[in-house]
Design a protein around this ligand. Structure first.
Ligand SMILES: [Zn+2]
Length: 244
C-alpha cells in the first residue's frame, strides 16, 4: 500500500461528500488496494477494513494522529497525540471465518460483520435496531436444545455473548482509547472511529488544497493538475511568493 496522491485525495473527497461513512471507507480502500476486487474489499471484516484504512492514513498523513476529547467529569478539553502503532490490533478478523458461541441450551454460529452489512443498515434507525439487524445478517444458524430456531428467539444474554465474541475475533473494529484528565484525574474510555477520523482530515486537507489551487492558478495561470502535482514544499514556497 502506498500514500494517496493529491489528485487521489481530491477524487476520494469529491466522491465521498455524498456517501455514507461505510461507503467512504470502501471508496478509500478501492483507491488504496487496486489489486483487490471491490467485491472482496466489501467482504473484509470491519476490523480488517479499519486496519487497512489506518495503514493508508499513516502512509498519507504520517504516523502521528492528533485528537481532542472533552472530559466527561469536568468538561476540560484534552488535546492528545498517538501513534498508529498504538491503536493497531495484533490480528485482523478473518472475513471467511465461522465462529460459534454456546450459552446454556443455546448454540449459535455466525460470521463477522462486513462493509456490505453496514451499507444495508438504515442510517435513520437507532443503534439498537441496527445492532439487531446486523446480527440477523451475520448469524448463520441458531439452536436451542439441539433444534433450529430463528435469530429473533435468541435471548439478550446470548446476543451479548455473540457481540463479545465478535469483538474478540475482530479487535480492530472497536478501538477504545484510555484517556486521563490532567485537570481532575478522571479516567475514561473513548472510541476512535478511523473512518470518520480519516475523513475529517481529508475534508480539511481538500478545503486547504482547493484554496491553494485557486490562489496559484489565479497568480500564475496554472491548471489544477499543475498545482496538485507540486510537492507541498514547492506549493508553500510559491504561495509565499504570491504574498499568501
Ligand atoms: Zn476532568
Amino acid at each position: 500500500m502506498r500514500a494517496l496522491s493529491a489528485t487521489e485525495l481530491l477524487t476520494v473527497w469529491e466522491r465521498g461528500l455524498a456517501q455514507s461513512p461505510a461507503q467512504r471507507a470502501l471508496t478509500l480502500l478501492t483507491v488504496a488496494c487496486t489489486e483487490t476486487p471491490l467485491e472482496r474489499l466489501a467482504q473484509f471484516s470491519i476490523g480488517r477494513r479499519d486496519m487497512h484504512l489506518l495503514e493508508l492514513r499513516e502512509r498519507t498523513f504520517g504516523p502521528q494522529l492528533a485528537s481532542i476529547a472533552t472530559c466527561p467529569a469536568c468538561g476540560e478539553r484534552l488535546e492528545f497525540g498517538m501513534k498508529g502503532a498504538d491503536i493497531r490490533a495484533a490480528s485482523p478478523g478473518d472475513p471467511d471465518g465461522t465462529f460459534s458461541v454456546t450459552h446454556a441450551e443455546y448454540g449459535v454460529q455466525f460470521r463477522l460483520p462486513n462493509s456490505l452489512d453496514l451499507a444495508g443498515l438504515d442510517p435513520a434507525a437507532d443503534g439498537e435496531t441496527n445492532r439487531r439487524h446486523l446480527l440477523l445478517l451475520c448469524v448463520t444458524a441458531a439452536q436451542r436444545g439441539g433444534g433450529e430456531i430463528a435469530v429473533a428467539e435468541l435471548p439478550e444474554e446470548v446476543i451479548a455473548a455473540i457481540t463479545q465474541r465478535m469483538a474478540e475475533a475482530d479487535p480492530q473494529a472497536d478501538v477504545q482509547l484510555a484517556l486521563n484528565c490532567p485537570q481532575c484525574g478522571h479516567a475514561w474510555q473513548a472510541p476512535l472511529d478511523i473512518v470518520s477520523y480519516f475523513w475529517s482530515e481529508i475534508h480539511a486537507w481538500a478545503s486547504r488544497a482547493l484554496r491553494e489551487v485557486h490562489l496559484l492558478a489565479s497568480a500564475y495561470g496554472w491548471r489544477e493538475a499543475d498545482v496538485l502535482g507540486l510537492s507541498p514544499y514547492r506549493r508553500q514556497a510559491y504561495l509565499e511568493m504570491t504574498g499568501q
